[in-house]
Design a protein around this ligand. Sequence first.
Ligand code: KIV
Length: 332
Amino acid sequence: MLYRPVTRFLSTAPQCLTPPANPIIRWSSHFAPPRPHVNPGKKVTISKLQSLYRGNEPIAVLTAYDFPSGLVADAAGMDVVLVGDSLAMVALGMEDTDSVTMEEMLVHCRSVARAVTRAFLIADLPMGYYEVSPEQAVQSVMRMVKEGHVNAVKMEGGEEMAPTIRRITEAGIPVMAHIGLTPQRQHSLSGFRVQGKSAAGAVKVLRDAIAVQEAGAFMILVEAVPAEVAAIVTKRLRVPTIGIGSGNGCSGQVLVQVDMTGNFPPGRFMPKFVKTFANVWGEALRGIEEYKRQVKARDFPDVDYSYEIPEEELVKFRDSVGGGLRRKVESE
Ligand code: KIV
């Protein structure tokens, strides 16, 4: 038998040198998984997102940072996958999003883009690559699309970014705006604070939303805004809002994958709005600790996980390597 079923084959060495013929159950870490078989659904487009919005069906968005996180998000049927610049923290271990570079974002975008075949794929413009001028922004966006293989970009900012959003959409690239709490501006916001908590603050959120919509944004991420405010803003718009920490009245929701899958050590601070739907850290830790135990006890690998040599070949091999080694091998 050349291949083993997926449960065994996933973690074992390949027994052939060409990719397996039936990829749905026959791939390993030695071959890229067969993407179309993971989620064979039709590619999500902007018109599809608009029809979900018109039909009042919430749009499901999730972040991804690399090939496996993109693959699982697509397999689970996300409408949109976002390569968020939160990868600075959750994938690169940085303090915040300030230092992540365009080059780093592009590596992660390409990796996710190889995995995501169905969901609409959006990437964050990192801080420092779009604020200087609309021309700088267009150049960065073109790199995101041509080198990162994403379908659209997301950028932080409200009214003040409207000319830039207009210029990018005129260049033919869809823009998702990001208003409310904008983490790239954490220092001027005095930290990660809920936005729109006063009447004046709520008016600002609405003004920002209308400005980015009029500039051409096809979707607006609304972060950390009181639920009632986000719901009123959503009702005033003709493009979908995607909420994070902004209640249930938005047109869709987004979460950070590492947070919502519980892929972090216990004790880490989590914002109030993060619901943890799985315990990936706990399960991975349990498996890795058990692996360590079995390695130390010489329980792994047993015969089930080892290759065999025919007895007569083994005898010949022992004969050919001489007495010293034969004695050693036989004594084992
Ligand atoms: O970078 C990110 O992950 C984000 C979140 C708000 C979804 O923008």
